[in-house]
Design a protein around this ligand. Sequence first.
Ligand code: AMP
Length: 282
Amino acid sequence: MILFKKKGDLRQFLDKRKNEGSTVGFVPTMGALHQGHISLIERSRQDNSITVCSIFVNPTQFNDPRDFEKYPITIEQDLQMLEQAECDVLFLPSGDEIYPGGLPSHEKFDLGYLETILEGKYRPGHFQGVCMVVKRLLEIVTPDLLYLGQKDYQQCMVIKKLISDFFPGIKTYICPIIREADGLAMSSRNKRLSDDARKRAPAIYQSLKAVQESLGKESLPALKKNATTRLQQQGFKVDYVDIADAGTLQVADEWNGKQKLVALVAAFLGEVRLIDNLLLNQ
Ligand code: AMP
C-alpha cells in the first residue's frame, strides 16, 4: 500500500494510473477501522484496478465538540488492516491539506428536506460538514466509483445529492451494514462503550427487528412508540425512532402494504451516540 499525505502527490500518482487505463474506487473514512470499512475496501477491490482509502477525522461535521475530541484514533491498527485487505492507496491528509486557509465558514450546500429530518434535525450543520469534506476529497481523488455504507443511510442520500449536483460522472455503490455477532452495527464509536453499555447496545438492532416483524400488524406510530419504549427501558436516551420511505426518506405514518420502508434509530448510551437502520421490506 502506498501512503500519501499530500494531495498533489496523490493526484500525480492517480493521473498517471488513470492515463494507463486504471479505474479508481474510493472509500472515504474517519479511521478507527473495523470490518464494516474493510467490506467497502473489499467491494472496491472487486470492481476497480485501484482502491483508495482516505482517513480524515473531519472537524466540520462534528456538531458536538466533545464527540470530535473523543473520536477514536487507531492509526497503527488501521494501517495493518488496510495492508491486510490489500488496499492500494491510503490518503492521510492533515487538516491544512483539506482546509487550507482554515475551516470554511461561508460554504453552503442546498440539501433541502434531507437536512431538516432525522440526523439533519438532531445534528445541526453535520451534513454541511460532510459535504464540505466529501466535495474536497472527490475533487482530489476523482474516483470512478465511490463506496458508502448503508449504516449511514441518510448520509448516503446526502452524498448522492452532492454527486448529482457537482460530480455527475461518479457512480456510488452502497454496501450493506456489517454487524457484530449479537447484531450491533459495527461502528468506530463502539470502541467508546463501557462494558455494561456494550452489553445493552444490541437492543438497537433488536428493536429494529421487532419493528420489521410487526410491520402490517400494528400502525407505524405504534411500532415507533414500542421501539422507543424498549430502548428507554434498556437505558438509552433516544433521539429518534422513525420509519420512512426507503427511497425519499419522507417520514411515513401509514403504510399501504407496498411502499418500501426503512426504520432508523439514533440513541445515546451514556455519552456515546449510536445510529442504525433496517430496510423493512426489501
Ligand atoms: P466512518 O469512518 O464512520 O465515516 O465510515 C466510513 C464509511 O464506512 C461510511 O461510508 C460508512 O457508512 C461505512 N460504514 C461504517 N460502519 C459500517 C458498517 N458497520 N457496515 C458497513 N459500512 C459501514
